[in-house]
Design a binder for this molecule. Sequence first.
Ligand SMILES: Cc1ncc(COP(=O)(O)O)c(C=O)c1O
Length: 331
Amino acid sequence: MEALAASNHGHATAYGDDPWTAAAERDFAELFDHDVVTLMVWNGTGANVLALGSALSPAGAVVCTDCAHINVDETGAPERLLGSKLMDLPAHAGKLTPDQVRSLRHNLGVVHHVQPSVLSITQSTEWGTLYSPSEIAALCDVAHEMGMRVHLDGARIANATAALGGTRETLRSFTRDAGVDIVSFGGTKNGMMYGEAVVFLDRDLARSAGYTRKQFTQLPSKVRYISAQFSALLSNDLWIDNARHANDMARRLHDTVRGHDAFDVGSEPEVNSLFPAFSPAVATDHIEALREWSFFYDWDPPQRQVRWMTAWDTTPDDISAFRVGIDHFLP
Ligand SMILES: Cc1ncc(COP(=O)(O)O)c(C=O)c1O
């Protein structure tokens, strides 16, 4: 908020031709230690659609997991805006394997089939799991061998960075060094008021991206307010500190609720999400009363599984209060 207020002085040229955006672009180049092109956008769905649209070939399809945000939580935006098929493959703990990607090879060059064109993976995954840098490198190798490009949905890239080592080198190890071509870099989930960035590690893919961003209504006139927030988040690696805190709070929540009779909370979280499954003995009304008091999403309704998230601003007191709420609403 201080960065927002600080950037709210005087006139600036619109549409990103301003000093705050130039500074944020330099910050991203330093962060990745690479000659990247960075475009600020309003939200994560827009970031993903812009990234995918910049990398798809004609008749190209996006390969992703069946649980990918682009597949299940974007209201079909990629299909509608890109006119492309999503080829969703069954996820294993939220992840894909190189063999799964390889299994699509038979489509290549066949005029009757969509052409696997972009591999989109999520880090950390929708299931709160992590790809290791070598797992991502192996996926990138197969994808590139097949002529595909690789997009990484990093709505929670900071949580992954914090969990895998917590340095800028960590980030580079599973993006630039692994061979990822484009990153959707999350801001909102990590403390920004709004805004995400699309970071093109392969500059060639950004050739038409400026136009595409505008067509997809993702070009804010006052880009400076997103840029200023990103510079604040990236300076002194606040982005990693915020995410480390969110991850620590998830572990604390896990410790606080583990062993409760009403649900199986699962194993210790790697990042900032828990996926408890309520026992059949718990009345639905009680779960709904808990949800009414403190909102959470369903995850796998047939399994009575839900998702509890912690964030950069979760406090130990929030967690103690949630435990009190559990004991109150799930007697
Ligand atoms: C994996 C993932 N990608 C992208 C997004 C971005 O979504 P939004 O369009 O709401 O900013 C989210 C938000 O939940 C997400 O979890």
